[in-house]
Ligand binder design. Structure first.
Ligand code: UD1
Ligand code: CA
Length: 476
């Protein structure tokens, strides 16, 4: 037998992601269903990247354009190749679709399933290492297997009397005796690329499903005297495949528990009700922060030290500083909140919002693309959109930036130490100078100079506050 000497070969990865996933009973391709708020296939692709392969081939078919776009959020185009499988004729046919790209490559091919998202890079590295080391020569194929108490649905690993690999039998074709086998095929394999494609040419579809099974290839390799190795992994949860929504929910829970435990043990975060916290694996939370029940922290969010996050808050892709209090039922997206701010209850911070230190946003206040300066406050019933607000300014209850004229969005600029009276309408584009005051119920349609009081509909200048102040001090 030829020395496989796999070690010198470059590594390529192939991800199977063309199937519909009938058992999901969904209009959405299975690999696009989300775990930790990211498509399943992206979990697999991110893990593959950690192995620094030469290229990642993704086999697409069902909703292929959507799968492609999802994958490109995770992988760079240069190291990614999309392979179309026009009809889904089975996993063997899916790999075969990559034949024009890979058939003659002298490489090691790691085959991953788009629906097995929890696999860790360390495990894959160990699989590859065994593939290289098998009997000192390297194997033509190495299969990642685990033992499951309930192996239903998975392909079973049949070992010969010598204990060595004999073949994989799928659930549907397995005899009652074979169904008792608890060692299963994870759907993750390493192959000598050329030998895989040679064997695939001989795979037939004469089975219950009428499909070309990739799982027939290892036995064909063995029959031609090639080395097939089994890499047995202890942690079965890592290779759990998602075939229906119950399995998806199970994995979501496992992942979430794992993240919450890590945050309690390693980061020093308090969770009042750890079972009812939904924290993204990619989030970061600081020491002595307290998280109340039913809080969701999604995406690449960062929360600082000593914060309090009350019940029912959702924070997505946002940065929160230290010592921040977020009261109940706030929604915060793509925003930045600096140290010692207070938000809520019932506040909505939309994309592009920035709250500077010690600023405050209160009940029923919505901010969009708005900067609220240091120490400034918008405490009640307010909409601020496309606005820049200076320091120590107070925005009265019921203030609205009228930023949309039916066609375009316009900016509002408010200076430092401004007092916007209750129920002021700021008709953008408009600028309010430092130290200015708007009376309650003003409709401001023109710029207001520094230290000026305006009132009315439309608002007119009533007083120069600076002059008045000087007069008052002259009288005193
Ligand atoms: C497969 C294995 C089984 C293994 C299990 C582990 C086969 C025949 N069986 O079964 O031994 O225990 O995975 O999770 O391989 N796909 C395509 N094109 C197709 C068919 C499938 O791209 O024509 C993709 C799917 O999108 C999916 C992956 O291949 O990501 C696996 O397919 P699936 O139908 O889920 O295989 P299982 O029945 O789970
Ligand atoms: Ca599967």
């Amino acid at each position: 037998m030829e020395n496989n000497s796999n070690e010198q070969k470059p590594l390529d990865v192939l991800v199977l992601a063309a199937g519909l996933g009938t058992r999901m009973r969904s209009g959405l391709a299975k690999v696009l269903h989300r775990l930790d708020n990211r498509p399943l296939v992206n979990h697999v692709c991110r893990t593959a990247t950690a192995l620094a392969p030469r290229k990642i081939y993704v086999v697409i078919g069902h909703q292929g354009e959507d799968v492609k776009n999802a994958v490109l959020e995770e992988l760079d185009r240069k190291h990614t190749e999309f392979v179309w499988q026009k009809q889904q004729l089975g996993t063997g046919d899916a790999v075969n679709a990559a034949r024009p790209f890979l058939e003659t490559e002298d490489s090691t091919l790691l085959v991953l399933s788009g629906d097995v998202p929890m696999i860790r890079a360390e495990t894959l590295a160990a699989l590859i290492q065994q593939h290289y080391n098998h009997r000192g020569r390297g194997a033509a194929c190495t299969i990642l297997t685990v033992r499951l108490e309930d192996p239903t649905g998975y392909g079973r690993i049949v070992r010969g009397e010598d204990g060595l690999f004999s073949r994989i039998v799928e659930q549907r074709e397995a005899t009652d005796e074979e169904r008792k086998i608890k060692e299963i095929n994870s759907g993750i394999y390493c192959f000598n690329t050329k030998k895989l494609f040679a064997a695939l040419a001989d795979v037939q579809n004469n089975n219950v499903q009428g499909e070309y099974y990739l799982t027939d290839a290892p036995a064909l390799l063995r029959d031609t005297g090639e080395g097939v190795s089994l890499y047995h992994h202890a942690d079965a949860r890592e290779v759990a495949g998602i075939n229906n929504r119950v399995e998806l929910a199970d994995l979501e829970r496992i992942l979430s528990r794992r993240t919450v435990s890590r945050m309690m043990l390693d980061y020093g975060v308090t969770f009042i009700d750890p079972k009812n916290a939904y924290i993204s694996e990619r989030a970061n939370i600081g020491r002595d922060t307290v998280i109340y029940p039913n809080v969701s922290i999604e995406g690449e969010s960062t929360i600082g030290d000593g914060c309090t996050i009350r019940t029912g808050v959702r924070i997505t892709n946002s940065r929160v500083g230290h010592g921040v209090t977020i009261l109940d039922n706030c929604v915060i997206t793509d925003s930045e909140i600096s140290n010692d701010c207070t938000v809520g209850p019932f506040a909505h911070l939309r994309g592009g919002t920035k709250m500077d230190e010690r600023s405050k946003v209160g009940n029923f206040v919505e901010l969009k693309k708005t900067v609220l300066g240091r120490g400034s406050k918008a405490s009640h019933l307010t909409y601020l959109g496309d606005a820049t607000i200076g320091e120590k300014t107070n925005i009265g209850a019921g203030t609205i930036t009228c930023n949309y004229d039916g066609k375009n969005k316009h900016a509002t600029t408010i200076g430092n130490n401004v007092k916007i009276g209750s129920d002021t309408m700021l008709v953008a584009p408009v600028k309010i100078g430092d130290g200015a005051v708007t009376a309650a119920g003003s409709v401001v349609t023109k710029d207001v100079q520094d230290d000026t009081l305006v009132a009315g509909v439309p608002a007119r200048v009533k007083k120069n506050l600076k002059v008045e102040e000087e007069n008052q001090s002259a009288e005193a």
